[in-house]
Design a protein around this ligand. Structure first.
Ligand code: BTN
Length: 261
Protein backbone atom coordinates (compact mmCIF):
# COMPACT_ATOMS: atom_id res chain seq x y z
CA UNK A 1 0.00 0.00 0.00
CA UNK A 2 1.25 3.51 -0.83
CA UNK A 3 1.25 6.10 1.97
CA UNK A 4 -0.90 9.19 1.39
CA UNK A 5 0.69 12.14 -0.37
CA UNK A 6 1.38 15.19 1.81
CA UNK A 7 1.67 18.96 1.38
CA UNK A 8 4.53 19.98 -0.89
CA UNK A 9 7.24 21.71 1.23
CA UNK A 10 7.67 25.42 0.61
CA UNK A 11 11.18 25.02 -0.84
CA UNK A 12 9.73 23.07 -3.76
CA UNK A 13 6.34 24.79 -4.00
CA UNK A 14 7.69 28.33 -4.39
CA UNK A 15 10.39 27.35 -6.91
CA UNK A 16 7.88 25.44 -9.07
CA UNK A 17 5.45 28.38 -9.01
CA UNK A 18 8.20 30.80 -10.08
CA UNK A 19 9.24 28.51 -12.96
CA UNK A 20 5.63 27.74 -13.97
CA UNK A 21 5.76 29.52 -17.33
CA UNK A 22 8.79 27.47 -18.44
CA UNK A 23 7.52 24.04 -17.41
CA UNK A 24 4.85 23.41 -20.07
CA UNK A 25 2.80 20.55 -18.60
CA UNK A 26 5.59 19.24 -16.36
CA UNK A 27 4.64 19.48 -12.71
CA UNK A 28 1.12 20.84 -13.35
CA UNK A 29 0.19 18.36 -10.63
CA UNK A 30 2.67 17.34 -7.93
CA UNK A 31 2.43 14.56 -5.36
CA UNK A 32 4.85 14.80 -2.43
CA UNK A 33 5.75 11.90 -0.16
CA UNK A 34 8.02 12.29 2.90
CA UNK A 35 8.85 8.59 2.63
CA UNK A 36 8.12 6.21 -0.23
CA UNK A 37 9.49 3.02 -1.80
CA UNK A 38 10.26 4.38 -5.28
CA UNK A 39 8.80 7.46 -6.95
CA UNK A 40 9.04 5.58 -10.28
CA UNK A 41 6.71 2.89 -8.92
CA UNK A 42 4.16 5.44 -7.71
CA UNK A 43 4.28 7.40 -10.98
CA UNK A 44 4.07 4.16 -13.00
CA UNK A 45 0.98 2.99 -11.13
CA UNK A 46 -0.65 6.39 -11.68
CA UNK A 47 0.24 6.32 -15.39
CA UNK A 48 -1.34 2.86 -15.69
CA UNK A 49 -4.52 4.37 -14.21
CA UNK A 50 -4.52 7.15 -16.83
CA UNK A 51 -2.46 9.79 -14.99
CA UNK A 52 -1.81 12.86 -17.12
CA UNK A 53 1.44 13.68 -18.86
CA UNK A 54 3.51 15.92 -16.60
CA UNK A 55 2.27 14.52 -13.30
CA UNK A 56 5.23 14.70 -10.93
CA UNK A 57 5.94 12.51 -7.91
CA UNK A 58 8.59 13.72 -5.44
CA UNK A 59 9.86 12.12 -2.24
CA UNK A 60 12.11 13.29 0.57
CA UNK A 61 13.35 9.72 1.03
CA UNK A 62 13.05 6.47 -0.91
CA UNK A 63 13.34 3.12 0.79
CA UNK A 64 13.54 1.15 -2.47
CA UNK A 65 15.04 3.67 -4.90
CA UNK A 66 16.05 1.99 -8.16
CA UNK A 67 18.92 2.75 -10.51
CA UNK A 68 19.70 1.51 -14.00
CA UNK A 69 20.55 -2.12 -14.68
CA UNK A 70 18.80 -3.42 -11.58
CA UNK A 71 20.91 -1.44 -9.14
CA UNK A 72 19.56 0.35 -6.10
CA UNK A 73 19.65 4.15 -5.73
CA UNK A 74 20.62 5.35 -2.25
CA UNK A 75 18.03 7.98 -1.29
CA UNK A 76 18.78 9.32 2.21
CA UNK A 77 16.20 11.75 3.66
CA UNK A 78 16.55 15.43 2.83
CA UNK A 79 19.80 14.92 0.90
CA UNK A 80 18.63 14.67 -2.65
CA UNK A 81 15.96 15.15 -5.25
CA UNK A 82 14.02 11.97 -5.96
CA UNK A 83 11.44 12.77 -8.61
CA UNK A 84 9.54 10.96 -11.35
CA UNK A 85 7.43 12.45 -14.10
CA UNK A 86 4.89 10.80 -16.40
CA UNK A 87 5.57 11.44 -20.09
CA UNK A 88 3.58 10.17 -23.05
CA UNK A 89 5.97 10.56 -26.02
CA UNK A 90 5.62 9.21 -29.55
CA UNK A 91 8.03 6.39 -30.42
CA UNK A 92 10.70 8.53 -32.19
CA UNK A 93 10.76 10.99 -29.28
CA UNK A 94 10.97 8.17 -26.72
CA UNK A 95 14.22 6.90 -28.27
CA UNK A 96 16.15 10.05 -27.43
CA UNK A 97 14.31 10.93 -24.23
CA UNK A 98 16.86 9.35 -21.94
CA UNK A 99 19.65 11.29 -23.69
CA UNK A 100 17.63 14.51 -23.51
CA UNK A 101 17.00 13.96 -19.81
CA UNK A 102 20.73 13.72 -19.04
CA UNK A 103 21.30 16.97 -20.92
CA UNK A 104 18.39 18.67 -19.14
CA UNK A 105 19.53 17.66 -15.66
CA UNK A 106 23.04 18.95 -16.46
CA UNK A 107 21.60 22.21 -17.75
CA UNK A 108 19.31 22.54 -14.73
CA UNK A 109 22.16 22.02 -12.25
CA UNK A 110 24.27 24.62 -14.08
CA UNK A 111 21.40 27.12 -14.13
CA UNK A 112 20.38 26.64 -10.49
CA UNK A 113 23.78 26.26 -8.86
CA UNK A 114 26.41 27.41 -11.36
CA UNK A 115 28.09 23.99 -11.29
CA UNK A 116 29.43 22.55 -14.55
CA UNK A 117 28.79 18.82 -14.78
CA UNK A 118 29.32 16.24 -17.51
CA UNK A 119 27.32 13.36 -18.90
CA UNK A 120 28.51 9.82 -19.38
CA UNK A 121 26.58 7.63 -21.83
CA UNK A 122 23.73 7.30 -21.71
CA UNK A 123 22.84 9.81 -19.01
CA UNK A 124 24.95 9.56 -15.86
CA UNK A 125 25.69 13.04 -14.58
CA UNK A 126 29.07 13.38 -12.94
CA UNK A 127 31.76 15.81 -11.90
CA UNK A 128 35.45 15.08 -11.32
CA UNK A 129 34.87 11.36 -11.90
CA UNK A 130 32.17 11.09 -9.21
CA UNK A 131 28.49 10.52 -9.87
CA UNK A 132 26.15 13.37 -8.97
CA UNK A 133 22.86 12.40 -10.61
CA UNK A 134 21.21 9.60 -12.57
CA UNK A 135 18.13 9.02 -14.66
CA UNK A 136 15.98 5.93 -14.88
CA UNK A 137 13.58 5.88 -17.84
CA UNK A 138 11.04 3.08 -17.61
CA UNK A 139 8.71 2.58 -20.56
CA UNK A 140 5.37 0.83 -20.73
CA UNK A 141 2.51 0.90 -23.23
CA UNK A 142 1.59 4.55 -23.75
CA UNK A 143 3.95 6.16 -21.27
CA UNK A 144 7.51 6.60 -20.06
CA UNK A 145 8.33 7.26 -16.41
CA UNK A 146 11.37 9.46 -16.17
CA UNK A 147 12.93 9.11 -12.74
CA UNK A 148 15.53 11.67 -11.72
CA UNK A 149 17.85 11.30 -8.76
CA UNK A 150 20.17 14.20 -7.85
CA UNK A 151 22.56 14.27 -4.88
CA UNK A 152 22.16 17.79 -3.55
CA UNK A 153 23.59 17.59 -0.02
CA UNK A 154 26.37 15.45 1.46
CA UNK A 155 24.99 12.31 3.12
CA UNK A 156 26.16 9.07 4.63
CA UNK A 157 26.30 6.49 1.83
CA UNK A 158 27.19 2.78 1.96
CA UNK A 159 30.99 2.34 2.01
CA UNK A 160 31.19 0.88 -1.51
CA UNK A 161 29.40 3.95 -2.85
CA UNK A 162 30.93 6.74 -0.77
CA UNK A 163 34.11 7.08 -2.83
CA UNK A 164 32.22 7.16 -6.14
CA UNK A 165 29.53 9.76 -5.48
CA UNK A 166 29.40 13.45 -4.76
CA UNK A 167 26.75 16.13 -4.27
CA UNK A 168 26.17 19.64 -5.56
CA UNK A 169 26.85 21.16 -2.14
CA UNK A 170 30.01 19.09 -1.60
CA UNK A 171 31.34 20.35 -4.93
CA UNK A 172 30.46 23.99 -4.31
CA UNK A 173 31.12 24.18 -0.57
CA UNK A 174 27.92 26.14 0.02
CA UNK A 175 24.21 25.46 0.53
CA UNK A 176 22.00 25.02 -2.50
CA UNK A 177 18.23 25.41 -2.86
CA UNK A 178 16.74 21.96 -3.65
CA UNK A 179 13.56 23.49 -5.02
CA UNK A 180 15.46 25.70 -7.43
CA UNK A 181 17.54 22.76 -8.68
CA UNK A 182 14.38 20.73 -9.34
CA UNK A 183 12.58 23.64 -11.01
CA UNK A 184 15.53 24.41 -13.32
CA UNK A 185 15.96 20.74 -14.24
CA UNK A 186 12.26 20.50 -15.10
CA UNK A 187 12.37 23.74 -17.10
CA UNK A 188 15.35 22.40 -19.08
CA UNK A 189 13.56 19.07 -19.54
CA UNK A 190 10.43 20.83 -20.80
CA UNK A 191 12.57 22.71 -23.31
CA UNK A 192 14.48 19.62 -24.53
CA UNK A 193 11.25 17.57 -24.68
CA UNK A 194 9.74 20.34 -26.82
CA UNK A 195 12.81 20.20 -29.11
CA UNK A 196 12.30 16.46 -29.59
CA UNK A 197 8.57 16.78 -30.28
CA UNK A 198 9.38 19.49 -32.85
CA UNK A 199 11.76 17.08 -34.58
CA UNK A 200 14.96 18.78 -33.39
CA UNK A 201 16.96 15.67 -32.58
CA UNK A 202 20.20 17.30 -33.68
CA UNK A 203 19.99 20.04 -31.04
CA UNK A 204 19.63 17.42 -28.29
CA UNK A 205 22.43 15.23 -29.67
CA UNK A 206 24.77 18.22 -30.09
CA UNK A 207 24.07 19.42 -26.54
CA UNK A 208 24.78 15.89 -25.25
CA UNK A 209 28.09 15.77 -27.16
CA UNK A 210 29.16 19.08 -25.62
CA UNK A 211 28.34 17.85 -22.11
CA UNK A 212 30.07 14.51 -22.82
CA UNK A 213 33.18 16.01 -24.46
CA UNK A 214 35.67 14.98 -21.73
CA UNK A 215 34.51 11.36 -22.03
CA UNK A 216 34.62 11.06 -25.82
CA UNK A 217 37.73 9.66 -27.49
CA UNK A 218 38.48 7.59 -24.38
CA UNK A 219 38.78 3.83 -24.05
CA UNK A 220 35.78 1.92 -22.79
CA UNK A 221 34.94 -1.68 -22.02
CA UNK A 222 31.66 -3.56 -22.12
CA UNK A 223 30.35 -7.07 -22.10
CA UNK A 224 28.36 -8.79 -24.78
CA UNK A 225 27.23 -12.44 -24.67
CA UNK A 226 29.55 -13.05 -21.72
CA UNK A 227 32.64 -11.69 -23.50
CA UNK A 228 34.56 -8.55 -22.52
CA UNK A 229 35.24 -6.06 -25.33
CA UNK A 230 37.19 -2.82 -25.45
CA UNK A 231 37.12 0.10 -27.85
CA UNK A 232 37.08 3.87 -28.03
CA UNK A 233 33.90 5.85 -27.32
CA UNK A 234 33.58 8.32 -30.19
CA UNK A 235 30.09 9.77 -30.27
CA UNK A 236 26.38 9.07 -30.16
CA UNK A 237 24.17 8.79 -33.21
CA UNK A 238 20.75 10.38 -33.72
CA UNK A 239 19.07 7.43 -32.00
CA UNK A 240 21.21 7.91 -28.89
CA UNK A 241 23.33 4.77 -29.46
CA UNK A 242 27.01 5.01 -28.44
CA UNK A 243 29.41 4.72 -31.38
CA UNK A 244 32.56 2.85 -30.44
CA UNK A 245 35.55 2.23 -32.68
CA UNK A 246 37.20 -1.17 -32.43
CA UNK A 247 40.31 -1.48 -34.57
CA UNK A 248 39.45 -0.09 -37.99
CA UNK A 249 35.70 -0.64 -37.59
CA UNK A 250 32.95 0.83 -35.48
CA UNK A 251 29.85 -0.48 -33.76
CA UNK A 252 26.77 0.89 -32.02
CA UNK A 253 25.96 0.11 -28.40
CA UNK A 254 22.27 0.64 -27.77
CA UNK A 255 21.89 -0.43 -24.15
CA UNK A 256 23.68 -1.92 -21.19
CA UNK A 257 26.71 -0.79 -19.27
CA UNK A 258 29.91 0.75 -20.57
CA UNK A 259 32.87 1.32 -18.26
CA UNK A 260 35.37 4.09 -18.94
CA UNK A 261 38.98 2.89 -18.58
C1 BTN B 1 20.95 5.51 -12.32
O1 BTN B 1 21.20 4.32 -12.09
O2 BTN B 1 21.85 6.29 -12.59
C2 BTN B 1 19.52 6.01 -12.32
C3 BTN B 1 19.10 6.48 -10.95
C4 BTN B 1 17.68 6.99 -10.92
C5 BTN B 1 17.23 7.33 -9.52
C6 BTN B 1 15.88 7.99 -9.50
S1 BTN B 1 15.48 8.67 -7.92
C7 BTN B 1 13.86 8.96 -8.45
C8 BTN B 1 13.44 7.76 -9.27
N1 BTN B 1 12.90 6.71 -8.43
C9 BTN B 1 13.68 5.62 -8.44
O3 BTN B 1 13.45 4.57 -7.80
N2 BTN B 1 14.72 5.82 -9.25
C10 BTN B 1 14.69 7.12 -9.87
Amino acid sequence: MTAAAGALPEEFASALVLARDRLDVLGHRVLWYPDIGSTNDVAGALADQGGDEGLLVIADRQTAGRGRLGRSWASPPGAGIYASVILRPDAPVAMLLTIAAGVAVSEGIAAAAGLTVHVKWPNDVHVGGRKLAGILAEGAVGHVILGIGINVRPAVYPADLAARVTSIEAELGRPVDRGLVLAECLAALASRYRDLRNGDRRGVVDAWRQRAAPMLGRRVEWESAGTRHTGRAENIDEDGALIVTVGSGSLRIRSGEVRWL
